[in-house]
Design a protein around this ligand. Structure first.
Ligand code: PLP
Length: 486
């Protein structure tokens, strides 16, 4: 490896397993393999472990253990919450209310239900990404049976007015679900205060195992299973239990509850340090989301007229891992549905990067990240401004070769930047980071790199690179935060 840094700033995507969680899980991969449904003591050991874990998950959100249904993760919990409740209450109406910025694990279910004859209202959000309570009120009709609005958004980290929406739902006798996958374990979450009936949570966002989650269903809420089989999980989610994962989820919940008080200010400190540093050193950056109503560990930043994957590629080369706010679907880069709903201009949305912290990150991680970010963003701007119509692209087999190429070229006169390998030239044998440079320099640069022992996968000349799909580079500005748009 050329670098030995490993700064993981993508905890909203997933978290590492906490060492104590792993230790708790291991015996259930080994000797304690009994089926929790078995009558004999060996099976009962598994059953007992499941019930202990259920108690710990319940304690994290302040509910009764009997109200927790284990699922294969947040996606399944959302599916069960929405479809299960709708199917059990279909006699009451066929209208659902949700927001435009939900996770696909909600939006795709809603669109499926639309195909099945249900009506769905997708509420807009303001430029901070927040749903207006008045819009919820206005959307309610006689046949509204279900509202699902996420507690905190996974891309921006902004918090929704769940308690206020819950009060309205109660008033109208409408069942209310919230996807709290991102908020639970990061901020205090208590369902009675939020006035919800169902809540989805996921283990791998709180240092637990992947493929494990839970749906909290308030006692008395009518819900139908999506799967039919045995008697496990009160027949709402049948199938032999994933005991090790459940036990791990329990331990992760216990740790999250015990450490939340000390972790919260640490996460907030890291996020604020990053926000302040970026705002000071990179004038083209703008911070997305609400300044107060947000999770402590997520920071979404837009870099004007850049493409987020190229920023992420540059961070990656230097051992920093973060996520983008754009999706490349059919070769075209599209801003995320969340940023579009917030009416973030496309030239900002396409260059959006999400940083999300965990308790193991430090202030030094932040400082290193900003150093890399400042250099990378500066080089990308220069590259896009100076490179003419046709661009040379050199691809590599491995990211380390891209990094080595950058090292060699930085003391030369060549104009270049590491960029995300454009999708249309990406091959199975080349890595996701490429070198962009002036076409006229291609032979000289290739020779120089080869002379230095760098393996090149391919060389390309493409007319108008990715930036063509981006809006024109505009003068940078220093408005640090997206303001309310008219
Ligand atoms: N909901 C939100 C808000 C999420 O961020 C995620 C995962 O990123 C999910 C649901 C899906 O959870 P899981 O990965 O456990 O299926």
């Amino acid at each position: 490896m050329v670098h030995n840094k490993h700064i993981y700033l993508d905890h909203a995507a997933t978290t590492p397993i906490h060492p104590d969680v792993l230790e708790t899980m291991l015996p259930f991969f080994g000797f304690h393999y009994g089926n929790a449904s078995s009558f004999y003591s060996f099976g009962r050991k598994s059953k007992q472990a499941i019930e202990e874990a259920r108690g710990k998950v319940a304690a994290l959100i302040g509910v009764e253990p009997s109200e927790i249904i284990f699922t294969s993760g947040g996606t399944e919990a959302n599916n069960l919450a929405i479809q299960g409740t709708i199917f059990a209450n279909v006699h009451r109406g066929r209208h659902i209310i949700t927001s435009a910025i939900e996770h696909p694990a909600v939006l795709s279910v809603c669109s499926y239900l639309e195909q099945r004859g249900f009506r769905v209202s997708y509420l807009p959000v303001d430029s901070y990404g927040i749903v207006k309570v008045a819009d919820v009120k206005a959307a309610i009709s006689n046949d509204t049976i279900f509202i699902t609005i996420m507690h905190a958004n996974n891309e921006i980290g902004n918090l929704q007015p769940i308690a206020e929406i819950g009060a309205i739902a109660k008033e109208h006798g409408i069942i209310f679900h919230t996807d709290a996958v991102q908020s639970v374990g990061k901020i205090p979450v208590n369902v009675s205060k939020l006035k919800v009936d169902l809540m989805s949570i996921s283990a791998h966002k709180i240092y637990g195992p992947k493929g494990m989650g839970a749906l909290w269903v308030k006692s008395g809420t009518r819900i139908a299973p999506l799967l039919y089989g045995g008697r496990q999980e009160m027949k709402i989610r049948p199938g032999t239990e994933n005991v090790s994962a459940i036990v791990g989820f329990g331990k992760a919940s216990e740790i999250a509850a015990a450490t939340l008080k000390e972790n919260l200010p640490h996460l907030r400190y890291l996020r604020d340090r990053l926000e302040q540093s970026i705002s000071k050193r990179i004038p083209s950056a703008r911070i997305n989301g609400h300044p107060q109503k947000r999770l402590p560990h997520i920071l979404s930043v837009s870099f004007e007229s850049l493409e987020s994957l190229s920023i992420i590629a540059n961070l990656d080369v230097h051992g920093v891992y973060a996520s983008g706010g754009a999706a490349c679907t059919t070769g075209m880069i599209e801003p995320s549905h969340v940023l579009m709903a917030m009416k973030i201009p496309p030239e900002m949305a396409l260059g959006t990067v999400r940083f999300s912290f965990g308790w193991e990150n430090t202030g030094r991680d932040v400082d290193y990240t900003v150093d890399i970010l400042e250099k990378s963003v500066g080089r990308l701007y220069k590259f896009y401004q100076k490179i003419p119509e046709e661009t040379g692209i050199i691809t590599f087999h491995e990211i380390d070769h891209a990094k080595a190429a950058e090292n060699i070229l930085q003391n030369t006169h060549f104009q270049f930047s590491l960029i995300a390998t454009p999708q249309h030239i990406r091959q199975a044998y080349c890595c996701h980071v490429a070198l962009g440079h002036k076409c006229a320099d291609q032979d000289q640069i290739s020779t120089l790199l080869r002379k230095n022992g760098i393996e090149i996968a391919d060389t390309h000349r493409i007319s108008r690179p990715l930036r063509d799909k981006l809006p024109k580079i505009r003068k940078t500005h220093s408005g640090k935060r997206h303001q309310q748009l008219k």
